[in-house]
Design a protein around this ligand. Structure first.
Ligand SMILES: [Zn+2]
Length: 450
């Protein structure tokens, strides 16, 4: 199958030279880009891109898709992280396969409509009172949408009875967690080029898992070469908790458990001091930056501009819908850029660096060298925006900066993932979107009453 993106108004490659190519073509064969240039080949499908900007697909590096069913709840609008979590755990402890399936479809669907082509999800709520195949269910949803999906086998092992935050019914034993982690790695972790599925091991946070689980997860992850992920440095409450229980600051605590290095990336990373930034830079430990969630929960402003200067790996993320409350990386990209401008003024990251974070930065966190920019032999992951719209008049001097400065607040015109057109004219092609909306709303009403 060949697809020709013909005569693109601009191709924003985000390659090493940040080349922007005007009036050129992209030829896709099966799942990869085989040609970029002047030549117009024959193809099975031809997309007229003469009014389109073409960008590399965005990469989401932290999410909790199940939370799509607990967003915009009035009860938690005015809470910070710890009380917010305690309230929501009472709902989340009733998750079932259908909630996971439908919320994954809804969250992934919104992501692809706004230019995302690779989703990493941090799922960590597994009920101990029923059999949970939540990762398998998420994999099924990802396949139906057609999105590149890195799932995490998350976990919680420290419940309220042992000084942790979550209720005991969503706490599992160390043995159960390690056994199921190994099962999903063997079943889904595919490291081949253009892989559509990989696994990450992701115990929830220092305040909901035991030290032993962190240590054992790291051992297992390194045995199979999978990435490690957890929440860290999100709030001062977490810092206080670690100082009281581990007599250490959060990053020092994680370092003592073997959790720094190129194979580790933390969600948020807001409350790091200067020495901790140096440790992240030295060890190339990554950060998934979630600017909207950080604003919604009043968690703080991550030191992203300083991290980028120190070459700390940084990716962009929407975080769970309960703290965002959407799954829109384009909104995140603009909000993140503006937040850095507010904090750092002339020392802020540039719009180009913000787009790098959302593309190449995410690929680096996930350990991928086949996604993140547009070039021959890269995966055919991209999105396109028709800029012949009123809101883009007068913006054509800088296509790289457009997403961070002007912003895009509508579904993209095309999203192509692994060579397949997943979104066309702002609509998801592969699934019946309205049918999913109806089913999801019916299930949501039942679930939220529990
Ligand atoms: Zn999170």
């Amino acid at each position: 199958m060949k697809t020709l993106i013909k005569n693109a108004k601009a191709i924003i490659t985000m390659n090493d030279n940040n080349d922007v190519l005007y009036n050129q073509n992209i030829l896709i064969e099966d799942n990869r880009i085989v040609y970029i240039g002047d030549k117009e080949d024959d193809a099975d499908k031809i997309i007229d891109a003469s009014s389109m900007y073409v960008y590399p697909g965005l990469i989401n590096t932290h999410h909790h898709l199940y939370q799509t069913f607990t967003r915009n709840l009035p009860e938690v609008q005015n809470m910070e992280l710890f009380p917010w979590l305690k309230y929501l755990y009472e709902i989340w402890k009733n998750l079932d396969d259908e909630v996971i399936y439908l919320s994954s479809l809804v969250g992934m669907g919104e992501l692809v409509k706004y230019g995302c082509t690779t989703v990493f999800d941090h799922h960590y709520v597994f009920r101990s009172d029923i059999e949970c195949d939540f990762i398998d269910v998420q994999m099924k949803a990802a396949k139906e949408i057609g999105v590149r999906f890195h799932a995490s086998r998350g976990s919680m092992s420290l419940g309220v009875d042992d000084g942790g935050l979550p209720p005991m019914s969503v706490v599992e034993s160390l043995d159960e967690i390690i056994k199921d982690s190994e099962r999903v790695i063997k079943k889904y972790h595919d490291t081949s080029k253009y892989s559509m599925n990989q696994i990450v091991l992701a115990p929830c946070s220092p305040f909901s898992v035991s030290d032993e689980l962190m240590i054992q997860s790291a051992v297992l992850a390194r045995k199979y070469g999978v990435k490690l992920h957890t929440h860290l440095g999100e709030t001062l409450d977490e810092e206080k908790y670690c100082l009281e229980t581990a007599k250490n600051r959060p990053l020092a605590h994680m370092e003592s458990l073997g959790w720094v290095g190129e194979d580790v990336f933390f969600a948020h990373g807001i409350h790091f001091n200067d020495d901790e930034l140096e440790l992240l830079a030295k060890t190339k430990t990554g950060i998934a930056h979630c600017p909207i969630s950080n604003q919604k929960l009043s968690s703080g402003i991550a030191r992203i501009s300083e991290m980028v200067k120190k070459d700390i790996p940084v990716g962009l993320a929407v975080d769970g819908s309960a703290s965002n409350d959407g799954s829109n990386l384009l909104a995140e990209l603009r909000a993140g850029y503006l937040l850095q401008r507010l904090k750092y003024s002339n020392n802020s990251i540039t719009p180009k660096e913000m787009l790098e974070i959302a593309t190449k930065g995410g690929a680096r966190l996930l350990g991928r060298n086949d996604i993140g920019y547009l070039d021959v032999n890269m995966a055919a992951d991209m999105f396109m925006i028709d800029i012949d719209r009123l809101q883009y008049v007068g913006t054509n001097k800088d296509p790289i900066a457009l997403l961070a400065t002007v912003g895009v607040n509508h579904p993209v015109d095309y999203t192509i993932i692994n060579g397949k057109v997943v979104v066309e004219n702002g609509k998801i092609l592969i699934i019946d979107e309205l049918n999913i909306v109806k089913k999801a709303n019916i299930k949501f009403e039942k679930f939220i009453k529990l």
